[in-house]
Ligand binder design. Structure first.
Ligand code: NAD
Ligand code: AHE
Ligand code: ZN
Length: 375
């Protein structure tokens, strides 16, 4: 099939707010600097649901969503050198070209090479490799892992150890890596107090990594009471359900009170702007640092009294945990293989591609940490 268009199944989001439709899609061969991947497994992340629902200001339709995948290189375009046919790979929604201003800065994992076209649902050439019902279908986050075959830029893919089970390490394409990076790249967490708002895949990953790096106390916060035992299993020392506080008590006031003036570090893993505010205001005066990981809907804005910052709290955020995927993911896969990084523990649900909409429903149920789709 190399050099030829492949017809395979993909889950297409034709319109915002509609269920995905599993149907035939034509996938063109990779052009220069591109890689065509046979996707074997993909996770479903809350960000896929966010864009499907129509809340993403960058959302383009029709589109093939999915950004937490694992697969095998089927063919490569002209000039591609960093992966070969048959390599086991993870697509990267945060590219790493190693030559743009961002990549060379040493200050960020955000790469400027393909982000503009990626945000429009196009390959760097400004065109799509997908067609269905005779129409072009947009790419998503440079990855589109809800297709049995996808095409990505070479800068948006990394080879991983072939011995690693793709049905597990696909999750390193987003959630677990994001959480791991958000903690490990933040200096000072050892021997410090941490609060984590939201105990989904991201929040549990933050809790677990904070425990691994030696945080002294880890307070998990979730409105879903079923998350208490999850949080404990991943390393939380305390759990607070904000809906169970006495009427009129705000979560930030409660945390400042029980934590001797507040937390050293807090993380928003919900995407809710009120929660982001509470996370900032739960920080200790003089030094507390709050990190936003959650993605908020179009039109939503954060607010707080500037006094919160004047008095020494820091508000920051992170994408893909600050991780440079091509450089760092192979090592993270090795950590998993060596038993030093939890991955299997996050998989609560499994679905086939035909059942992918059930996978989205699993996510809404509150009992799902990650659903892995067998493509
Ligand atoms: P999830 O839905 O599985 O988890 C969210 C958790 O927050 C749930 O347990 C829910 O009960 C809890 N929650 C909801 N409202 C709450 C409230 N008011 N107070 C406390 N807890 C509350 O989602 P996820 O897959 O873990 O993703 C979390 C967020 O992170 C999403 O917004 C997602 O889009 C975002 N995300 C960002 C990045 C990044 O690179 N920045 C990467 C992955 C995911
Ligand atoms: N398109 C959205 C932005 C969404 C967003 O912030 N995405 C995160 C990754 S979420 C993964 O589950 C991210 O990487 N952001 C950096 C970037 O370059 O997109 C919007 O609101 O416009
Ligand atoms: Zn994601």
């Amino acid at each position: 099939s190399q050099g030829k268009t492949i017809t395979c199944k993909a889950a297409i989001a034709w319109e915002a707010g509609q269920p995905l439709s599993v149907e035939d899609v034509e996938v063109e061969p990779p052009q220069a600097g591109e890689v065509r991947i046979h996707i074997l497994y993909t996770g479903i992340c809350h960000t896929d649901e966010y864009t499907r629902s129509g809340k993403d200001p960058e959302g383009v339709f029709p589109v093939i969503l999915g950004h937490e995948g694992g697969g095998i290189v089927e063919s490569i375009g002209e000039g591609v050198t960093s992966v070969q046919v048959g390599d086991h790979v993870i697509p990267l929604y945060t590219a790493e070209c190693r030559e743009c201003k961002f990549c060379r800065s040493g200050k960020t994992n955000l790469c400027g090479k393909v982000r503009e076209t990626q945000g429009k649902g196009l390959m760097p050439s400004g065109t799509s490799r997908f067609r269905a019902r005779g129409k072009p279908i947009a790419h998503f986050m440079g990855t589109s892992t809800f297709s049995q075959y996808t095409v990505v830029a070479e800068v948006s893919v990394v080879r991983v150890a072939p011995a690693a089970p793709l049905e597990k390490v696909c999750l390193l394409g987003c959630g677990i890596t994001t959480a791991w990076g958000a903690v490990t790249k933040q200096p000072g967490i050892k021997d410090s107090t941490v609060a984590v708002f939201g105990c989904g895949c991201i929040g549990l990953g933050v809790i677990n990594t904070a425990r691994d790096v030696g945080a002294s106390r880890i307070v998990a916060i979730d409105t879903n009471p079923a998350k208490e035992s999850w949080a404990q299993k991943f390393g939380a020392t305390d759990f607070v359900n904000p809906t169970k506080l006495p009427e009129g008590t705000r979560i930030q006031d409660h945390l400042v009170k029980i934590m001797d003036g507040g937390l050293d570090f807090t993380f928003d893993c919900t995407g809710n702007v009120q929660v982001m505010r509470a996370a900032l205001e739960s920080c200790h005066k003089g030094w507390g640092v709050s990190t936003i990981i959650g993605v908020a809907a179009a039109g939503q804005e954060i607010s707080t009294r500037p006094f919160q910052l004047v008095t020494g709290r820091t508000w920051r955020g992170t994408a893909f945990g600050g991780v440079k995927g091509r450089t760092e993911l192979p090592g993270l896969v090795e950590e998993y293989m060596a038993g030093k990084l939890k991955v299997d523990e996050y998989v609560t649900h499994k679905r086939t591609l035909a059942q992918i909409n059930d996978g989205f429903n699993d996510m809404h149920g509150g009992e799902c940490i990650r659903c892995v789709v067998d493509m």
